[in-house]
Write a protein that binds this ligand. Structure first.
Ligand code: NAD
Length: 455
């Protein structure tokens, strides 16, 4: 069969194949089953919990190709990227376990009179509600620290990627006691019911609006939350930036995963003196991308994950063009769920595409007259997830980076930190965060146990 753009779209339009949504009436019972299984689990020493999970790494390595293929078919991520995501999870699994265990080990503080132990207790049952854009990695980031901290987990993966979640969680369940990790399938209806249940901590990765709903519901009973939300990441290209490096980064970070990355570059502010050259370099790179069948190893951009996601991106492009944006590349209507890689110039902050999360393969370039103007515009957003500053004078670029209201910012590189750094959003991009010792500890309740120092 010849694979056309519309058959690729069809491949992702029936995501729930073979997996029925969990009846919401059964949710509280599921939470209670997990809670019961958690009683023995939390009593195990941290090292035993870790040992029990170690074998998962080998199984993930054996299943890398299968996990990648399912993810790619479900949400349109090019097969090389989807398999790369599965491999990354397998390769780092044991290292992740070790770094979580290190973070959760108790430690002491003392003064002349008192010695205190700071310990990390489980909360009870953790709800892990996850999106579709990194349908393997985000499961691992959400669930591993929760389990190692001694919690039971009820996971609710995205309705767009249920099969890859089922496959991933069933591998974990080969090594876990029965009922400790329960999985609920469905969409917002199941998500809402889980949030309203008696779970003790809600670990959520997804959109800002769903996060706001969860915060409001959890707030009523003061349930704990970790919310990793959307972004509208700015990139600042200073007048002395290395154009090749800046354009390479902008192309990769605007178009990767069809722009469906929480830290995609969604706004580019370029110094006026180099704007034409930067636009030209970015268009050249956009033209080299290969849009098509995600199962073809040569494809660099697959279809959008859903018709809903495509409609959002199209409406942002149309609004921008109506308000005067210039289309430098792409932007033409496509069949199925495809969106062409698109480069827009002449954008401004009256346009939706510069204010709301687009989550599509669109690079938006706005000229600025000064660093001050670039910083003001970068900060003119309710979001604050990632950012990037490109400039040859690194000291000057670092000073600019420090002025951006954001959780993560990279200078002449992406925003992700060195190994062991947290993944953190500022402003409306998150409450709490994961990864790194600081993040791992948010999956546990701190307990300070003190006694008098003996003489
Ligand atoms: P989404 O908010 O629509 O859905 C996320 C999950 O929440 C899904 O499992 C969904 O079924 C569930 N859900 C929907 N409504 C709910 C409700 N009212 N209560 C409880 N659960 C509910 O997000 P999405 O479209 O799946 O994912 C894309 C979003 O995720 C983007 O905004 C992206 O930036 C964000 N994201 C953030 C990060 C990060 O680390 N900050 C990482 C990946 C994705």
């Amino acid at each position: 069969m010849t694979f056309t753009l519309s058959t690729a779209a069809a491949a992702v339009s029936a995501p729930q194949d073979g997996i029925a949504p969990t009846p919401v009436t059964s949710l509280e019972g599921i939470v209670e089953r997990a809670r019961a299984a958690g009683v023995r689990w939390r009593a195990l020493p941290l090292a035993s919990r870790m040992t029990q999970l170690e074998g998962v790494a080998v199984r993930l390595k054996e299943e890398t190709a299968r996990l990648g293929a399912i993810a790619s078919a479900e949400m349109g991520k090019p097969i090389a990227e989807a398999t790369g995501e599965a491999k990354y999870c397998a390769d780092r699994f044991v290292e992740d376990l070790q770094s979580i265990a290190n973070a959760l080990a108790p430690y002491t503080r003392s003064d002349e009179r008192t010695i205190s132990t700071i310990a990390f207790d489980p909360f009870g049952v953790v709800a892990a509600i996850t999106p579709w854009n990194f349908p393997i990695l985000i499961l691992q980031q959400s669930v591993l620290p929760a389990l190692l901290a001694g919690n039971a987990v009820v996971a609710k993966p995205s309705e767009v990627t249920p099969r890859v979640a089922a496959a991933y969680y069933s591998i974990l369940n080969e090594f876990l006691p029965q009922d400790l990790l329960m999985v609920v399938f469905g969409d917002g209806e199941q998500g809402r019911a889980l949030v309203a249940s008696s779970v003790d901590l809600i670990v959520f990765t997804g959109s800002r609006n769903t996060g706001a709903h969860i915060a409001a519901v959890a707030g009523k009973r003061l349930a704990r939350v970790i919310l990793e939300l959307g972004g509208k990441d700015p990139m600042l290209v200073l007048d002395d930036a290395d154009l090749v490096r800046a354009a390479d980064f902008a192309a990769n970070n605007s178009f990767r995963n069809a722009g469906q990355v929480c830290v995609s570059t969604e706004r580019i502010y370029v110094d006026r003196s180099i704007a034409r050259a930067f636009e030209h370099a970015l268009v050249e790179r956009a033209a080299m991308l290969k849009v098509g069948d995600p199962s073809d190893p040569a494809t660099t951009i697959g279809p959008m994950s859903s018709a809903r996601q495509k409609a959002i991106v199209q409406s942002h492009i149309e609004d921008a063009v109506k308000r005067g944006a210039r289309v430098l590349f792409g932007g033409r209507p496509q069949a199925g769920n495809f969106v062409e890689p698109t480069v827009l110039a002449g954008v401004d902050h009256t346009m939706k595409i510069m204010r709301e999360e687009t989550f599509g393969p669109v690079a938006c370039i706005m000229e600025v007259a000064s660093i001050d103007e670039a910083v003001t515009l970068a900060n003119d957003s309710p979001f604050g997830l990632g950012a990037a500053v490109f400039g040859a004078d690194e000291a000057r670029a670092m000073l600019v980076a420090e002025r951006i209201e954001t959780g993560m910012v990279g200078v002449n590189q992406g925003c992700g930190g060195a190994k062991g750094c947290p993944w953190v959003g500022a402003k409306q991009s998150g409450i709490g965060f994961h990864s790194g010792p600081e993040g791992h500890r948010l999956f546990a309740q701190l307990r300070v146990l003190s006694r008098k120092k003996s003489n």
